[in-house]
Write a protein that binds this ligand. Structure first.
Ligand SMILES: *Cc1c(COP(=O)(O)O)cnc(C)c1O
Length: 458
């Protein structure tokens, strides 16, 4: 076997060992970045080393600093783990080494992405055929969608964005007070400034009546950003009423559904997204709920021409398809990996039934977790658990933080520490295909231990 084969086999063996060790591993990283950096070396070596040796060094240096976020007892931020078939697909994406931007250059992977996109569009019940771009994540998907929105609302107001933004009519951007910060970031990238926040209810849902009121009498260029899936409560904005209010004044409606858009995949949860298909653009992630590898977000835009006008480019050296849209015209990147291929593999291995089972399973686990947590003395579950998120607090901020510290020190489970409605909270996001009833039971036992110890030292 030559050295190139050996290093690939070695990587596969290390990957298998890592994955099979997830159950025994403490979840938070044990090592620090400084320790890892010291092992990786301070000076670039003048002479290189054999690849197999370098790989061994890499693994030894980095593994202590890895967080076991693929574990079924990991609930931090909103992060899925990865389906084994999707990992395998990701390896092939690297080995094939296709630059997925140009259809005529790399037709194989472009086809895989386009089939994945059309399956998704049907799975998530979009009535028409929105343009779909595979981005690095929901932040860049929000960016691509909002770039399309910016160009379109300005064009409707008679302004050509090729003239730049200076001197353009003012664009009003309205968001729910509890939108995800990546929406603010995307607006900042686009030079749209700080959005107007519309009030929300106790679950963090945008108040449609307040939105309606804010828009009364206004007819300039407007963008309204709604949310499917509040990170603390999992709640969904009232799409029907909010989109109606926005469309009455000609606004473009964008929905950030990084993890919540997947509720549309199943009849038991579809009521949560009722009316959402009336929006103009949607951002989601495959690397959260669908459990594909990073980095994979998805931008969907009803008006494909608006997306192309914002993201497309034409240059003599590009191989531009005469008949169809090229992938690079729908995303911020020109060169990129074929990140949609693992999406095709995930959808093909799960089937529609498997995706329904995955999403429903996450929600059932979240509800079982909430149910168990409510029985632990001192715990208050703060949200209506309609989806995958559970936020809890103890008697005081101090005690909530103390329980969180104990949980993470033990390391059996890892939720997020956060602040919601001015209160310290522990937030569980059930996002991994590996989380089932056994993991929920272990999680509840761990929280019980952390809560009890807390009482004993008070
Ligand atoms: C995670 C998340 C984002 C950002 O997604 P990335 O993939 O991290 O860029 C945006 N909105 C919501 C609601 C999220 O949960």
């Amino acid at each position: 076997m030559d050295a190139d084969d050996a290093v690939l086999d070695s990587a596969a063996a290390h990957a298998r060992r890592w994955l099979s060790g997830l159950d025994e591993r403490r979840i938070p990283a044990a090592g620090t970045a400084e320790d890892a950096a010291a092992r990786l070396g301070t000076e670039l070596p003048e002479r290189g080393s054999p690849a197999a040796q370098v790989l061994e060094r890499l693994v030894a240096a980095v593994e202590p600093g890895l967080m076991a976020s693929a574990s079924g007892r990991f609930y931090g931020w909103v992060m899925g783990s990865t389906l084994p078939a999707a990992i395998a697909a990701d390896w092939l994406v690297s080995a094939w080494d296709q630059n997925a931007g140009m259809r005529d250059a790399t037709p194989g992977v472009v086809a895989a992405e386009e089939v994945a996109a059309s399956w998704l569009v049907r799975l998530l019940r979009f009535p028409d055929e929105p343009a779909v771009g595979f981005t690095t994540g929901a932040t860049t998907a929000n960016f691509a969608c909002l770039a399309a929105a910016r160009g379109r609302v300005l064009a409707r107001a008679g302004w050509d964005l090729n003239e730049g933004l200076f001197g353009a009519p003012r664009i009003r951007v309205l968001v729910g007070a509890e939108r995800h910060s990546s929406v603010d970031l995307a607006l900042r990238y686009l030079g749209l400034g700080v959005a107007e926040a519309v009030g929300v209810d106790a679950q963090g849902r945008l108040d449609a009546a307040q939105l309606r009121e804010a828009l009364v009498g206004w007819h300039g260029p407007t963008i309204v950003c709604l949310q499917a899936g509040n990170i603390h409560s999992g709640a969904f904005d009232p799409f029907e009423e909010a989109i109606d209010a926005a469309h009455r004044v000609g606004a473009w409606v964008h929905v950030d559904g990084a993890f919540g858009l997947w509720a549309a995949a199943t009849p038991t949860l579809r009521h949560l997204v009722a009316g959402l298909d009336e929006a103009d653009s949607w951002a989601t992630d495959a690397h959260k709920t669908l459990n594909t590898p990073y980095d994979c977000g998805i931008a969907l835009v009803e008006d494909g021409d608006a997306l192309r006008a914002a993201m497309g480019v034409h240059a003599s050296y590009l191989l531009t398809s005469a008949s169809s849209v090229d992938p690079f015209e729908q995303v911020p990147e020109m060169s990129r990996r074929a990140r949609g291929v693992p999406v095709w593999v995930a959808l093909a291995t799960l089937g529609a039934e498997g995706v329904r089972g995955l999403v429903e399973g996450l929600v059932e686990s979240a509800q079982a977790l909430a149910e168990g947590l409510r029985r632990i003395p001192g715990v208050r579950v703060l949200n209506d658990v309609v989806y995958t998120q559970v936020s809890v607090a103890f008697e005081s901020d101090e005690r909530t933080r103390e329980v969180y510290r104990r949980l993470v020190t033990e390391g059996t489970v890892m939720p997020s520490a956060s602040v919601w409605h001015d209160e310290a909270v522990i937030r569980f996001s059930v996002s991994s295909w590996r989380t089932g009833s056994a993991e929920v039971a272990e999680t509840l036992a761990a929280v019980e231990r952390a809560a009890l110890v807390g009482v004993a030292v008070r």
